[in-house]
Design a protein around this ligand. Sequence first.
Ligand code: NAD
Length: 359
Amino acid sequence: MRIIDYREAAAIAPAFSDHEQVSLIQDEETGLQALIAIHNTKLGPAVGGCRMYPYQSLEEALHDVLRLSKGMTYKSAVAGLPMGGGKAVIIGDPHAEKTPELLEKMGEFVNAHDGRYVTAEDSGMSVADLKVMRRKTKFVLGVSDDQEYGGDPSPLTALGIFVGIESAVKHKLNQANLQGIKVALQGAGSVGFHLTKQLIAAGATVYACDINEANSQRVASIGANIVPTQDIFSLEVDVFCPCAMGGVLNDETISVLKAPIVAGGANNQLEFPHHADALQNAGILYAPDYVINAGGIIEICRQLKDEPSALAHSKISEIAKTLTNIFSLSDSTGQTTSKVADGLAEQRFAQTDDKSQAA
Ligand code: NAD
């Protein structure tokens, strides 16, 4: 196993020069090629999922892991969790290239970081995969047997998005519940499926699309209306809810959006930071992605601290309050909701800096 300090490569991208550690593993025996990025550990160990994706190049994977790990720092900080931000990515097709040997090697790679990085589920990785990694490291979360879904955080991510949509609807449309609210859901995977269940139970109508036929059929079977993937942005709905991949809010899509609210679970929804301004200028209320999708990391933190499982639900309901506060601050200052959220996160790091200087 060869682990390479990859921080220098990361520093090529100036927006990411503040990462504490970036490492690369290239293991010929198992074919594992993976990166771990630790963005910030001021508030605690760097916690974030491990993604497996068929990246076209090492550069593409590096860019993703840097962006995602930085997002985790901000996500945990705004949610008030004693954790920093990190992420891991495995380069490969999760349907064709995942073997127990490769996952065990990944476990060794995580372990080599001595607990500064703690991993969990992300796209392309299941609870079962993490259990294989756990054979080689104890720094794995999202495998808790006391939880209804075997530790999988996605149902609780969905719960956070659900309460977040409620708070956005209240703020923008002045409606206290989701009865009759129309939601366009892009991506009916783990999060999208659980969210659809909750939305339909609350009286909302869900229009969903997915590039995966089986996942489309699964949400159709619980009452979602399936629409073609290319139509999802321009539907006449109240809420556009991105739950697939990042970068979906861009010049092209924002120009056709009709929904007055964007509130969904995907990470890194804005293609570039200035797209937050574009949404604001179009009169669209944007629930910052890392605030509304924090339900899963709140659950992961509960597992880390070995707290009772019921506690996650009450903490997740606070996402609604945090968002309402962000929306109000955005209204009163004129700043975008993203800028307000970043400010709240950065205040938390600054407090830590003050404390460590005083000590
Ligand atoms: P998933 O892989 O189970 O689901 C994603 C779904 O999106 C898949 O069904 C996929 O086929 C579909 N998809 C991909 N591209 C699409 C496109 N262009 N149009 C329509 N559908 C498309 O992943 P997930 O766990 O449900 O996570 C969804 C998003 O939420 C990801 O961005 C993830 O990073 C983010 N997120 C997940 C969690 C969690 O707890 N799982 C927590 C925070 C954030």
